[in-house]
Design a protein around this ligand. Structure first.
Ligand code: B12
Length: 262
């Protein structure tokens, strides 16, 4: 389909206006899923070019911006609500380009995404999962030194009694499937497109929610929720949810503030 192929090229080259126009055209007929797949495929090409040193960070960001404009239109279209994902880059890590790609693709695929942004401590993930009835916690790490926080978050979820209800998905350049297995994560994905596939599989594997929870999840709500820009924080001990300092409670409350991510 010419429109979809043109859309892919517009995203790869970061042509935001053309991508927006072509998404509008593509959405004139009911085929959101094809548009999502095309956007995913465009971002895969962008990722490959980045790895091959044909694209650098600016090209990546420009393509990401074009992708977001397209996804905004999809967000306004009637995309089926698939599940809720709480996503963030782990404690000590400020890299968010890949995490943002994953978040945007999940959102485009119909997930409600709660983006905790960067430098997210284990207890923040746990709290956000509880407050938002998350199906999945998705963590990103780009530094080998911060990967350990993924393990701490899995442990914190276990202590909070959430492991049966919330799946864990991890990713980021230094992360591997064997690391996911080692720390007890339910899954790993190497890129944004496969993250969407893994997330869908995870939601399908979760026990069915009671009717009341299903109705609440299906109710109209903002597409994306994010916390305000990160402030310097004291290191947080994930293991002690019972000893919440007032400052932490304040941060957690803020994290539920509803605002457009884009
Ligand atoms: C851009 C960048 C930065 C920017 C980050 C800007 C930003 N807003 O993100 C800045 C300049 C701030 C930065 C800082 C640092 N950086 Co830096 N950075 C990079 C760089 C060049 C690109 C990373 C990137 O965005 N890649 C593109 C995205 C699209 O790829 P990605 O993140 O891998 O994401 C994809 C997948 O991994 C996956 N994915 C990602 N997240 C998730 C999450 C889930 C749930 C799933 C399923 C999948 C998934 O899907 C994504 C899309 O396909 C890399 C080198 C490189 N070439 O990769 C170094 C790199 C990651 N940085 C590095 C370092 C050391 C640092 C600093 C410590 C440098 C310093 N001395 O200050 C600081 C650390 C700051 C901190 N505390 O986090 C090292 C890490 C080494 C290591 N193995 O630990 C690298 C590898 C550079 C190097 N070769 O040494 N960095």
């Amino acid at each position: 389909m010419a429109v979809l192929e043109d859309l892919k090229q517009a995203i790869i080259s970061g042509n935001r206006d053309r991508a927006t126009e072509l998404t509008r055209q593509a959405l004139a007929t009911p085929r959101e899923q094809m548009v999502v797949e095309q956007i995913a495929s465009a971002m895969e090409v962008v990722g490959e070019k980045f790895r091959a040193n044909e694209f650098f960070v600016p090209e990546l960001l420009i393509a990401q911006r074009a992708m977001r404009e397209s996804l905004k239109l999809l967000a306004n279209a009637e995309v089926q609500h698939v599940g809720t994902v709480v996503i963030g880059t782990v404690k000590g890590d400020l890299h968010d380009i890949g995490k943002n790609l994953v978040a945007a693709m999940l959102e485009g695929a119909g997930f409600r995404v709660v983006d905790l942004k960067v430098d997210v401590a284990p207890d923040q993930f746990v709290k956000a999962a509880q407050e938002n009835g998350a199906d999945i916690i998705a963590m990103s790490a780009l530094l080998t030194t911060t990967m350990g926080s993924m393990r701490d978050t899995v442990a914190a979820l276990q202590r909070a009694g959430l492991r049966g209800q919330v799946k864990v998905l991890i990713g980021g350049a230094p992360v591997t499937q064997s690391y996911a297995d080692e720390i007890g994560s339910d899954g790993y994905a190497p890129d944004a497109a496969s993250a969407v596939d893994r997330a869908k599989e995870m939601v399908a594997a979760l026990p069915k929610k009671p009717a009341v929870a299903r109705a609440a999840a299906a109710a109209p709500r903002p597409k994306a929720v994010s916390k305000p820009p990160a402030k310097p924080k004291k290191p947080v001990k994930a293991a002690k949810p019972a000893k919440k300092a007032p400052a932490k409670a304040k941060t957690a409350k803020k994290s539920t503030k509803v605002q457009k991510r884009r």
